[in-house]
Design a protein around this ligand. Sequence first.
Ligand code: CDT
Length: 308
Amino acid sequence: MREIVIGGAQMGAIQKADTREAVVDRMIVLLDQAKAAGCDLVVYPELALTTFFPRWFIDNQSEVDFWFENEMPNAATAPLFAAAKKAQIAISFGYAERTQDGHYYNTSVLTDRDANIIGTYRKVHLPGHSEYDPERSFQHLEKRYFEPGNLGFPVWKNLNARMGMCICNDRRWPEVYREMGLQGVELVMLGYNTPTVNSQLSDEGIEQRLYHSELSMTAGAYQNATWVVGIAKAGLEDGHPLMAGSIIVDPNGYVVARASSEVDELVVHACDMDACTFGKTTIFDFGRHRRIEHYQRIGTQAGVVIND
Ligand code: CDT
């Protein structure tokens, strides 16, 4: 048994006016709860330090830069790293990253129990658009503010398990889980900011939005025999609703813990990494069963090509 007690730290809304310091205080409250619950690892959402700013069109680059972190840890997040080290809890959280050489990514980091960053992931699948779109009920400008991640889908050994990350829209793509599955991943951590309303399909209900989110994560877990932890930033941000639905999924695809609110809430489950072994050595023993001679299109062709 290789048990990791995981805390999924769902966060409620972060308003535009909220400071990084105030948000970090909330993250530390969740960390304290995780410590009391015996957690080894806490997973926070995508863009955990700020409101989901891609909902606004911003033309002025210095205003855009306000939402980005130039280094990690930094002055605002140092208390979180210090608290995590003191608690001996590994953490993962997302933020907007501006690199030293001026690149912009939607990033998440993973630490060990001593708050050393041992893994960095940059979001690959950026949804939305890059110019103001008057047809939408609100904007989703990730393609404007971020570059596609340049690190692929790495897997790191941490807490005696193989861990990987992806971010929000990545969770909907089976290739993401398989890339990590092929490296023996046992735990996929992801955060998300998913608008409750579809800006291009106003009558799509929240039930379907939640279903698609859960379907993607449970399928990814089962088909790769891995734990998946998907954690929302939820609630009403400056009048714009984000859905909740944070879950912990076991390697059979079952949801074993689920958030019940749209506010700051910790969901906890003791996850046995050895529970991945059966699936990985039987039905999803990739080396024995995959037929890569028939998968060329997956790695060489992005869009649909009709051959008739
Ligand atoms: N943050 C993020 O990736 N959100 C997307 C919204 C898609 S609608 C443009 C998601 O897949 O949840």
